[in-house]
Design a protein around this ligand. Structure first.
Ligand SMILES: Nc1ncnc2c1ncn2[C@@H]1O[C@H](COP(=O)(O)OP(=O)(O)OP(=O)(O)O)[C@@H](O)[C@H]1O
Ligand SMILES: [Mg+2]
Length: 247
């Protein structure tokens, strides 16, 4: 479903952020992308979402080139930005969530159903008419996720979705991810807190200095994470077997 070949990216100031990424992702996978600050995670997601023209190499999503066929790719790939302020475009919560489904050409009734559903999923019902700029940090994060949810894209890239969320918020996002995964969507998530998702992912990739330095099943990689600058989950540090945040 997603084929990334020999992907390099150099920013105009010379920063060499991605250095030859190769990655093939099948439909329905749930992949954790982890790595230290500045390792290239957000750059890779932006390239996959068609928001950045890579210096070299290609990304194909269902056969469409992520950058050249950006119209088709934006209908299929949803990106939850690390910084919600980069994503919020509407004046009020309701208007902001409606923006994506309206652009998909849905009817007013369908748009309204999706908006109500996404607000309910992310616990935003009481805030529907509130101006977005007055929201708290965690509420903005919920709104950014709701906006992508309302578009129901085949592929969703979550860039640090748990940052600034409270415990119920983290659980809601996790439940939503698991639900999407069960429905056959393809998911990728970045987080510095591996333990939040480890019990639910199918594969993990470790990015460092713009290269994928390890790729495989979580059980195989989880004990060696610290050598890549990634904190192992608490249960590994405590010598326990497995852990989920959903109990
Ligand atoms: N617009 C830009 N111009 C120049 N350099 C950039 C730009 N955006 C990112 N970089 C650099 O590219 C590298 C990768 O950044 P990126 O944001 O992809 O890292 P990341 O893995 O998402 O980090 P974090 O965990 O902090 O979110 C960093 O060295 C960063 O300074
Ligand atoms: Mg980032």
């Amino acid at each position: 479903m997603i084929q990334i070949q020999n992907l390099h990216h150099r920013y105009p100031d010379g920063t060499y952020a991605l250095k030859g990424i190769h990655l093939t992702i099948s439909k329905g996978e749930f992949i954790l992308l982890c790595g230290p600050n500045g390792s290239g995670k957000t750059t890779l997601f932006r390239a996959m979402g068609g928001l950045l023209k890579p210096s070299e190499g290609s990304i194909l999503i269902n056969g469409f080139d992520a950058f050249k066929d950006s119209f088709q790719v934006r209908q299929r790939v949803g990106l939850v930005f690390q910084d919600p302020d980069c994503q919020i475009v509407g004046e009020t919560v309701r208007e902001d969530i409606a923006f994506g489904p309206e652009n998909l050409g849905l009817t007013q009734k369908e748009v309204s159903e999706r908006v109500n559903w996404a607000m309910e999923m992310m616990g935003l019902q009481g805030l529907s008419e509130k101006p977005c700029y007055l929201l708290s940090g965690g509420e903005k994060k919920r709104l950014a996720i709701a906006g992508v949810m309302a578009m129901k894209p085949e592929v969703i890239l979550f860039d640090e979705p748990f940052s600034s969320l409270d415990y119920p918020g983290i659980q809601e996002v996790l439940r939503y991810m698991i639900h999407l995964h069960q429905e056959g969507h393809t998911l990728m998530v970045t987080t510095h807190d591996v333990e939040k998702v480890i019990a639910h992912i199918t594969r993990m990739a470790i990015l460092r200095h713009g290269e994928i330095q390890a790729l495989g099943e979580p059980e195989h990689l989880v004990k060696g994470l610290s050598q890549f600058g990634v904190r192992p989950p608490c249960y590994v540090l405590l010598g326990k077997e497995k852990m989920t945040w959903l109990e």
